[in-house]
Design a protein around this ligand. Structure first.
Ligand SMILES: Nc1ncnc2c1ncn2[C@@H]1O[C@H](COP(=O)(O)OP(=O)(O)OP(=O)(O)O)[C@@H](O)[C@H]1O
Length: 660
């Protein structure tokens, strides 16, 4: 019996096919990828969030290497599927020959039966080889796919986290929306990028944590499987879909015969039928599934909001418990959860229609080729094997062409993640583009020259402030609540964008800003005390001494204890930890925002004296409501909150002996 292809020569034929297909696929992917990244509405943001993986020196070799390997493996998968279709042709033709031999009887029948048997066992051997290669290929593909995904995810997470930290974008992105009103202000325009227009405002960035964690995971895993397909043969990707379409259209073209429709003979009918069938069904599917882009985007946002609300309860547990605020919290949580469910129902409704349509279309496609071919088979024009291969080629073509229809759901999820990651990158850039105070490094001195601070709505809090402090000077900032004391410190620290003027201070490493409640990082106590230095940089001995000096000797033995220290230490103890940090860091200038508000006056006195004695040359700037802090300072700055300010010396301060 004659086989459908020359199996003896197939290894070389397949290798040649693979080489040519790889060449074409590589060029096509590069060209299409370039065009999409340059000109399409979703390709541009996608390239923005993953482009560096393929271009940066640290990752590009691995990126291109793994991508090439995945392409080869995907194409090999397509080739094997093609060969399986020839195997099935031979198997069924062999069975048909054997059956005909049995029916015919006699010597000729016996010969046909033998031919059929030979063809059957030959097919089994072919299947054994193909199946082995198929399994091995699939295993390798799963591994390489995972390696690509993990590398991409690692690069994206590292990059997004660094970008979020860079220029304190994680803090300043809260002002991206608010800065809209100020875009028209002269000094804002002067300090912002020339390309920024008042209309060019990003709508802000919600839940960056979710974006960095969940959206990146989604882009890395769904993105790569959409391109190359999953591990199993049934899961197509764009590449395998296109390669299958090309390969199977040739088979279908060769096998499909003419069909007479309303008296007109249409050649290669199967081919046209599958194209028209899939085109029409896909257009309908896209129309049904279109709302999923928006709904998936919202699902991410609403889920993140709900989770953030839960985290807030955990963080504020003590406060909530004191207030007996469970009812309010529960209501808040449930209303956020209700929003998640409402959106989820909308997704389900669209998906019911979408999946229902796709499923019906795919079911019909199972019998469709038999219905079209059966007259030719009954007329004896084609053999059982040919019909079988036509049906399988139709099925493969249909699956491949339908990939874009069935995977539309995944595309919408991917698109939502890309939009969110692009939004984060955008907000990071805009956060950095917002104005910041001009800082000048100056050894052992602090100068504020013409500092003007406003609220986000443009109301002046401080107008043209000038202050000059030399080593050992200490300034206390006072004023009614809301007059802008904290905001001044925020501005000087480079957090508050609505500030103008020049600020000279010791270099970053020698200037320390302390907020009212010191931040306590996760980890052991030594990490908490040494922050923002690393514990090994300051050493255990230094940490122990600092703890003893700030009256926390009971903590000396617990340096390596891992606790949620922000919840274990009392506010007063946390403020003493902040003073320990001053002793460890030995800054040339320190700015403190009500840093002793939680300790009693005796302890406050002792802590200030400690700093003055240990670090007599350090410049102190304290924000304080208490008159007891005055005695540790040399000057007082009074803010009125409407722009005006007064600066006056403080007499008879016991700290005035600091320079002696
Ligand atoms: N993110 C913000 N958006 C809008 N307005 C803000 C923001 N942060 C602060 N403000 C406003 O800026 C003004 C100054 O606030 P700031 O916290 O500096 O006051 P303060 O003098 O430190 O007050 P207190 O003594 O109560 O700590 C207040 O009116 C406050 O409402």
């Amino acid at each position: 019996m004659e086989y459908s292809i020359d199996w003896g020569n197939e290894v070389w034929a397949s290798l040649k096919w693979l080489a040519i297909a790889f060449g074409i696929a590589a060029v096509a992917m590069l060209v299409i990828g370039f065009l999409l990244a340059r000109f399409s509405r979703w390709g541009r943001p996608l390239w923005r969030v993953i482009g560096g993986f393929f271009t940066e020196p640290g990752t590009r070799l691995k990126a291109w290497g793994l991508a090439a390997l995945l392409t080869v493996l995907a194409l090999l998968g397509v080739r094997i599927t093609v060969l399986f279709s020839y195997f099935s042709n031979d198997l069924f033709t062999g069975l048909q020959t054997a059956a005909e031999g049995l029916g015919a009887g006699g010597p000729q029948g016996a010969e046909m039966l033998q031919m059929g048997k030979d063809a059957f066992w030959h097919s089994m051997a072919v299947f054994g080889i193909l199946a082995t290669i198929h399994v091995v290929r699939t295993m390798i593909e799963i591994y390489v796919g995972a390696a690509f995904e993990i590398n991409l995810r690692r690069w994206m997470t590292g990059g997004a986290a660094a970008d979020w930290m860079n220029g304190r974008a994680f803090y300043r992105n809260r002002f991206v929306d608010l800065s809209a009103g100020l875009m028209r202000r002269k000094w804002f325009r002067r300090t912002s990028e020339p390309s920024q227009k008042p209309t060019d405002i990003h709508p802000g960035v919600d839940n960056p944590d979710q974006r960095i964690q969940a959206d990146i995971t989604n882009v890395a895993s769904v993105g790569s499987s959409l391109l190359w397909g999953g591990g199993g043969s049934s899961t197509n990707g764009v590449l395998t879909a296109v390669a299958s379409i090309v390969s199977f259209s040739k088979i279908l073209w060769d096998l499909s015969g003419p069909v007479t429709l309303l008296g007109v003979e249409i050649p290669r009918m199967m081919m046209w039928l599958v194209l028209v069938y899939v085109l029409v069904t896909s257009v309908v599917a896209f129309a049904i599934g279109r709302p999923l882009i928006r709904l998936n985007f919202w699902q991410e946002r609403l889920t993140a909001n709900f989770r953030y609300a839960l985290v807030r309860v955990r963080d504020g547990a003590e406060n909530i418990a004191f207030y007996r605020g469970e009812r309010v919290e529960h209501n808040g949580l449930m209303s956020r959860f209700a929003a998640v469910i409402k959106n989820y129902w909308q997704i389900i409704h669209v998906q019911m229609a979408f999946v229902g349509w796709n499923f019906s279309v795919s079911q019909l496609a199972v019998v469709f080729p038999y219905l079209v071919q059966i007259p030719r088979f009954f007329d004896g024009q084609i053999k059982l094997g040919d019909m079988q291969q036509t049906a399988s080629a139709f099925g493969e073509m249909h699956d491949a062409l339908s990939f874009f229809r069935t995977a539309y759901d995944d595309f919408t999820g991917l698109r939502a993640s890309i939009i969110r990651l692009d939004g984060l990158a955008d907000a990071d850039v805009k956060s950095r583009a917002m104005p910041e105070i001009t800082t000048v490094d100056r050894d052992r001195a602090v100068r504020l020259a013409d500092i003007t601070v406003t609220t986000p709505t443009g109301d002046e809090l401080i107008r043209a402030l000038n202050v000059s402090l030399d080593p050992g000077d200490a300034l206390v900032v006072k004023g009614r609540s809301g007059s802008g004391k904290t905001t001044l410190l925020r501005g000087l620290a480079g957090l508050w964008p609505f500030i103008d003027g020049e600020f000279s201070r010791p270099p970053d490493a020698h200037t320390l800003f302390l907020s009212q409640m010191p931040y306590i990082p996760l980890g052991d106590l030594r990490t908490a005390v040494a922050y923002p230095a690393l514990p090994d940089d300051v050493g255990d001995e230094g940490i122990k001494q600092a703890l003893e000096k700030v009256f926390l000797p009971h903590l000396v033995g617990r340096l390596y204890d891992e606790e949620d220290w922000a919840k274990v230490l009392s506010p007063g103890e946390q403020q003493r930890v902040a003073f320990a940090r001053i002793l460890l860091t030995k800054p040339q200038a320190v700015f403190m925002d009500e840093a002793t508000s939680a300790v009693d006056e005796g302890l406050e006195y002792a802590l200030y004296r400690l700093v003055r004695t240990e670090l007599p040359d350090t410049i102190l700037v304290s924000v304080s409501h208490r008159s007891t802090t005055d005695q540790h300072h040399t000057e007082v700055l009074e803010l009125t909150g409407d722009g005006a300010w007064t600066l006056s010396p403080i007499d008879s301060s016991p700290s005035l002996d600091k320079r002696s």
